[in-house]
Ligand binder design. Structure first.
Ligand SMILES: [Fe+2]
Ligand SMILES: [Fe+2]
Length: 306
């Protein structure tokens, strides 16, 4: 069979595909059977990612998608039911990790489907969103940040009963707002100290890098790229990268959530992680100073304090 008759499988989906046969590619470019259908891969092997790049046959695509969707929902539902939040969080982390890995950027096309599965899974049990937002993390990794930002977006969307398409669009914005950091040196991203001016300048470049990446490499709505560009802009023009005061409603919302998340969820730059109320007070100061939009802040606060 030709190469086009096989589709690469994302690592995050491998544990969810039991009924689907997997193939691997030999050095000569042939596709050989790796796992028969109806056989699950070793749990350990999956966790340690001990497997080659795996493919499914194109003819199995529809069946595989159906299996994926039902298994992901079941995994989320089971995680929620047993309060095995680590499981749910790991699933989210894997999805985000893939989205932020540069060489897998071509796979971004599959993201709307993943987001769809997430929304479907969560809307069945709104409580799960609350659990998700309670998950605290100590890692300063951008992955953790993104997962937490997405959880907060979900909470906001369900509280304000936004319609499904809007939820999916905002989740994509949240998932990709920092995608530009995938192109920034890890030593700067993981520096547990105040960045030097020069380092900060490089870090600040993630907004433009992310915007350009989304525009050139995906077909997503332009609003997703706009949020990547504007989430560090402030409505008084004091933000970066361009000091633009006129920013979209999505950027205003995600800008606030983006700021709230690191304050609440982890210690950064020697600061102690704060309680939600204290974090909101800090952001309120920014609102008073005219940097964040008052109305957006009010709407965000109401979804947290119930
Ligand atoms: Fe950012
Ligand atoms: Fe961010």
């Amino acid at each position: 069979m030709k190469k086009t008759e096989y589709i690469a499988v994302k690592p995050s989906q491998i544990h969810l595909l039991e009924k689907t046969a997997f193939y691997y590619r030999t050095k000569e470019g042939a596709f050989n059977l790796y796992k028969e259908s109806a056989r699950r891969l070793d749990k350990e092997r999956i966790e340690e990612e001990k497997f080659p790049d795996l493919y499914i046959a194109a003819k199995d695509k529809d069946a595989a998608l159906a299996e994926l969707s039902s298994n992901l929902n079941m995994a989320l539902a089971a995680g929620i039911a047993s309060k095995g939040l680590a499981e749910v969080k790991n699933a989210l982390c894997r999805i985000v990790k893939e989205a932020l890995t540069p060489h897998q950027v071509k796979m971004l096309d599959a993201l709307p489907e993943t987001v769809e599965i997430l929304v479907e899974g969560y809307s069945k049990d709104p409580k799960s969103v609350e659990y998700l937002t309670r998950m605290a993390g100590n890692s300063s990794l951008i992955i953790e940040h993104t997962v937490n930002v997405m959880a907060l977006i979900l909470q906001y969307c369900f509280f304000h009963r936004l319609e499904e398409n809007k939820i999916k669009q905002l989740l994509l914005c949240g998932l990709l707002h920092d995608v530009g950091t995938a192109r920034i040196d890890k030593s700067i991203l993981d520096a547990h100290r105040k960045l030097t001016d020069q380092e900060f300048k490089i870090y600040a470049g993630h907004a433009v890098l992310g915007h350009d990446l989304i525009i050139t490499e995906t077909d997503f709505d332009v609003s997703v790229a706009t949020v990547a560009l504007e989430h560090h802009e402030r409505i008084d023009g004091s933000g970066y990268p361009h000091g633009t005061a006129k920013i979209t409603a999505d950027s205003r919302l995600i800008g606030i959530i983006d700021c709230y998340e690191p304050l609440t969820y982890r210690d950064k730059n020697f600061r102690k992680a704060k309680k939600p109320y204290d974090s909101l007070s800090l952001i309120k100061e920014e609102v008073k100073a005219g940097r964040f939009d008052k109305e957006t802040f009010k709407n965000f606060t109401s979804c947290l304090i119930k």
